[in-house]
Write a protein that binds this ligand. Structure first.
Ligand code: ADP
Ligand code: MG
Length: 642
């Protein structure tokens, strides 16, 4: 095992033994010094050794294998001499592009990306024409080997890029099949951001006495990424996202990660509707469409791309200043891959992770894996964002006027005309124009319209101390009980309000009972029992019906209330985020769907009724629905009046 030289022992590309044409190109491309993985790998690969390289995303692995391959090619021959396998088409393209870039000064060099989804006819023609380097995804490479259109008999080097991702995507068998169809005396290099046991095994089966190179997790590139998290509570994630996008300093472009393909479209549409240059990137899109999205992100036609892990893997767009983990990733590796989309090419990057209370454990896991603390942040207030937008708007106007090559004579004449024809003064006209100029992206932000009180009541969302959000079981000060007047005032609002379902982060696994929940909401939240509707317990959470018009302050206060040592972390239940049916302990899946079809505003009158709309769950008796008795009947009347 060789550890990479530290940056203290600076090496130059020339010292690594690369030929002059490549050195000249590197200087042109702007690479001053080799990155640690490059410094460690290039000499071994030039010497023809096998190699197992472990380094995080963004550490420069592509050049680490591409440069020595280019240095060793026989450019007088056109047959495939090196094959690079990548898990996705995007990566295949990107790696092929990198080869092209580094090979600018090499005559007769050809690199060919081959991947599924691209026309077979075109690929066959290109293969027939010849290329010294093939970069491909396993499936399509296998196709061509079987057809005989890709002949690997004279292959000298094979590279497996992103080994862990190959494994995750289930390509390992394909990769081994391909390995068996290449000459045994080839040079083999395997690169991976992490080194799971299965990858290590593949390496031991197919690599001959490999040099093992590992770059410690905290590389300079990753250190350039500021990592922080926002504890999700009190306000909608979408609203939080737009505030961040609006208020972040040095924002240039962002990749926002969500878990599902559907989620990418939904969020992209919502952001576009709010005036952001946003688009989705997911595996359902055609290859051409995906390439266009990445191209648009590169050239500034798009600022925000909403992507799934797989679709965004390996994307290298230097202007991406922010990675937003809108949905938390499934594991730390995915997180590392995600944040590697920013802080590219030596720039600084910011990674923001949305963490709901129940995702706290994943946050800890990620911190351990990255060996870096992730700091909590508070959201900018709506006021902050508003002020910022106004100052940007003003600045744009002043800059336009100040711009030396701006000739506004035509427009000033037009304003004079409008003023004269309509008896208006310039100030009024300017106001109308300012209004028109901001309609696409209004200065005044309308946040979630379903909950108007959120949009209307600006309030400071101060950063809660971290312990407060996540401590479990520690003693804590009780939330002060709301005063009588406050409770009365609320009753007034609540009486007019519909019920809606909220999610709270305590459930059957914690041994909670509906009675306890009612107790906590009533005693500590100051919500009278008659305004608390049906409670349903699930394994790790519960849903409770409360008036739709809960103020943000009240929501924030309720979120902090602890029941069974867990903060309630209350959230309005977004039906699109409804947990999958298997989470529920019910007998009939059909009923599950009904249960989440729509928030029920009508109060369930009898147990029979309840059972029809929301089936009782295994181990849950009818008696668990709360509240019961008089207040129950009372509340029903109030809500049905509407
Ligand atoms: P990885 O494969 O490890 O995720 P890449 O090979 O995609 O990383 O490289 C990440 C970025 O760093 C790319 O934009 C690449 O152009 C840039 N880069 C690579 N090596 C150097 C270097 N020696 N100097 C400056 N930039 C580099
Ligand atoms: Mg890479």
């Amino acid at each position: 095992m060789t550890d990479a030289p530290s940056s203290a022992t600076l090496t130059s590309f020339a010292q690594l033994g690369l030929p002059p044409e490549l050195l000249a190109t590197l200087a042109e491309v702007g690479y001053e010094t080799p990155s640690p993985i490059q410094a460690a790998c290039i000499p071994h690969l030039l010497a023809g050794h096998d190699l197992l390289g472990e380094a995080q995303t963004g550490t420069g692995k592509t050049a680490a294998f591409a440069l020595p391959i280019l240095a060793r090619l026989d450019l007088n021959a056109a047959h495939p001499q090196a094959l690079v396998l990548t898990p996705t088409r995007e990566l295949a393209l990107q790696v092929a592009e990198a080869f092209g870039k580094y090979a600018q000064r090499l005559h007769n060099f050809h690199v060919l990306p081959i991947y599924g989804g691209q026309s077979m006819v075109v690929q066959l023609r290109q293969l027939a024409r010849g290329a010294q380097v093939i970069v491909g995804t396993p499936g399509r490479v296998m196709d061509h080997i079987e057809r005989g259109s890709l002949k690997l008999g004279a292959l000298t080097t094979l590279v497996l890029d992103e080994g862990d991702e190959m494994l995750r995507m289930g390509f390992i068998d394909d990769v081994e099949w391909i390995l068996k169809h290449t000459p045994e005396d080839r040079q083999t290099a395997l690169f991976s951001a992490t080194m799971p046991a299965a990858i290590r095994e593949v390496a031991h089966r197919h690599l001959r006495d490999p040099e093992e190179i590992r770059i410690r997790a905290t590389t300079s590139t990753v250190a350039k990424i500021r990592q922080c998290f926002w504890p999700v509570r009190g306000i909608d994630k979408l609203d939080a996202l737009t505030r961040i996008l609006d208020a972040e300093e040095r924002f240039d472009a962002a990749i926002v990660f969500v878990r599902t393909k559907v989620g990418t479209d939904e969020l992209a549409n919502k952001l576009a509707a709010r005036g952001y240059a946003a688009a989705a990137l997911n595996g359902d899109m055609t290859q051409g469409l995906r390439e266009r999205v990445i191209e648009q992100l590169k050239n500034g036609a798009l600022d925000i791309v909403i992507a799934t892990d797989v679709a965004a893997r390996g994307i290298d767009v230097p202007r991406v200043s922010h990675v937003i983990n809108y949905d938390i990733p499934y594991d730390a590796e995915a997180y590392i891959h995600r944040i590697g989309r920013t802080g590219r090419a030596g720039r600084e990057g910011v990674a923001i992770l949305f963490v709901s209370p129940r995702e706290h454990r994943m946050l800890k896991t990620i911190e351990r894996a990255t060996r870096q603390p992730i700091e909590p942040i508070s959201l900018p207030t709506r006021e902050d964002v508003f002020t910022l937008r106004i100052s940007q708007f003003k600045r744009k106007i002043v800059e336009t006027l100040a711009s030396p090559d701006m000739d506004l004579a035509f427009f000033t004449d037009m304003i004079d005309e409008i003023a004269e024809e309509n008896g208006l003064d310039a100030r009024e006209i300017a106001a109308a124009l300012a209004y028109l100029a901001q309609t696409e992206r209004p200065l005044r932000i309308e946040e979630d319209e379903r909950r108007p009180e959120l949009a209307l009541a600006p309030h400071r969302y101060d950063k809660p101390p971290r312990e407060e959000i996540f401590t479990t079981g520690a003693p804590r000060a009780r939330a002060p009980r709301p005063g009588r007047n406050e409770v009365l005032a609320r009753s007034q609002t609540f009486s007019d309000s519909k019920l809606q379902r909220y999610r709270i982060e305590v459930g059957r696994d914690q041994g909670v009972t509906p009675k306890e929940i009612v107790g906590a909401l009533a005693n500590e939240g100051g919500i009278e029992g008659r305004f608390i509707g049906q409670i349903d317990l699930f394994d790790d959470f519960a849903t409770v019906e409360l008036p739709a018009r809960l103020s943000t302050d009240l929501l924030a206060a309720i979120a902090r209330i602890q029941v069974r040592h867990r903060p309630l972390g209350i959230q309005p239940l977004d039906e699109s985020e409804a947990p999958p049916a298997r989470k529920f302990r019910t007998s009939s899946p059909r009923r599950d769907e009904q249960a989440f079809a729509k928030p029920r505003v009508k109060y369930a009158d009898s147990n029979r009724d309840t059972a029809r709309t929301f089936p009782p769950h295994k181990g849950q008796q009818h008696g668990e629905h709360a509240p019961k008795g008089k207040s129950h009947a009372h509340s029903k009347k109030r809500w049905e009046k509407k």
